[in-house]
Design a protein around this ligand. Structure first.
Ligand code: ATP
Ligand code: MG
Length: 298
């Protein structure tokens, strides 16, 4: 799936999606990230043809959405907002309804129940499912037609840590076993880190980052700093004498960019020889969350 210059405004002049060039490679799990109100849901609605396209281009399976809408949407499963199913029916009964609608194989029902981990819900009505189970039933319905592409808007929203892990493991299973490409939105980068192969981060309708998770991780590596906890940081600054762009944090701590082990050992020796006691040398590895905050500039 790719978009080029995708735009959308609800009121004149106020673009909530503002020139998006998304690239979701085949076979990927693409994490679509951004804070509340960034434009994630609007973008996903546009991609699914649920909102009328105003500007820009959307291609899925290599074809423009505007000319191949039905063929493309037949091959795209989705879950936007809360899943819709019948609360007074069981998981299997619900899936039977959709199986008739979609005209797919009956045997597919057990396959999708297996995939989402809902095989043992028996006679329990879906209305009495937990939030996580409802979410998984919604995804089972989206998978019935055997789509090679799945679009999910914040599927873990409101779930407890266990529910989040279940959804995550399920999505990995669907991606690996069935080869389904997945576009999934979230505002939690730390959670996506364990799931996605690619990341797109938007803020105020514009992409601020797009690339593989590995490239984003490399950014984190670049942000690594060494914190020196000493008896006298002013004296330590004198010893360093402008080298390594050291910065004083407070009376005892100073910080340098990442250094080699040799450099760390040498500086440590110099400090001790100059009468500065070194209590701790630690790597201040910025987490993904702070990179995310930096990218969205707040
Ligand atoms: N139907 C609508 N009419 C007018 N404005 C809308 C409509 N839907 C969304 N917006 C506005 O568009 C902007 C983007 O909203 P959107 O729902 O796409 O963000 P989001 O990234 O999905 O946020 P969240 O994380 O809260 O779900 C927001 O400012 C929102 O108020
Ligand atoms: Mg949203």
């Amino acid at each position: 799936m790719e978009t080029n210059g995708l735009r959308h405004q609800f009121s004149r002049g106020d673009y909530v999606v503002n020139g998006l060039d998304l690239r979701v490679p085949e076979g990927s799990i693409y994490g679509f990230l951004g804070p509340n109100g960034a434009g994630k849901t609007t973008t996903l609605r546009l991609i699914l043809g649920l909102l009328k396209r105003q500007g820009g281009q959307i291609d899925i399976f290599g074809k423009p959405l505007e000319h191949h809408r039905v063929a493309i949407l037949k091959k795209t499963g989705s879950l936007i907002d809360s899943p819709s199913f019948y609360g007074h029916l069981t998981a299997v009964e619900n899936l039977l309804v959709f199986q008739k609608l979609y005209q797919c194989r009956k045997a597919r029902i057990n396959e999708v129940l297996e995939l989402v981990g809902l095989t043992d819900t028996g006679t329990k009505n879906a209305g009495r499912f937990s939030l996580g189970m409802k979410q998984r039933l919604g995804i089972a319905i989206a998978l019935l037609y055997n789509p090679p592409f799945l679009i999910l808007d914040e599927p873990t929203n409101g779930l407890d840590p266990n529910g989040m892990i279940e959804i995550r493991e399920m999505l990995i299973r669907i991606n690996q076993q069935q080869g389904v490409s997945i576009l999934v939105s979230s505002h939690l980068l730390a959670e996506m880190e364990k799931l996605v192969s690619h990341v797109g981060i938007i803020n105020k309708g514009q992409l601020v980052y797009q690339g593989t998770l590995g490239q984003l991780m490399a950014k984190r590596q670049q942000a690594l700093q060494i914190v020196w906890d000493t008896s006298d940081s002013a004296r330590a600054m004198e010893v360093l004498n402008g080298r390594h762009t050291a910065q004083k944090l407070d009376e005892s701590k100073l910080v340098t960019p990442d250094l080699t082990k040799m450099q760390i050992g040498a500086i440590n020796r110099e400090l001790v020889e100059a009468g500065v006691a070194v209590y701790e040398i630690s790597g201040n590895n910025k987490d993904l969350e702070s990179i995310f905050i930096n990218l969205i500039g707040n």
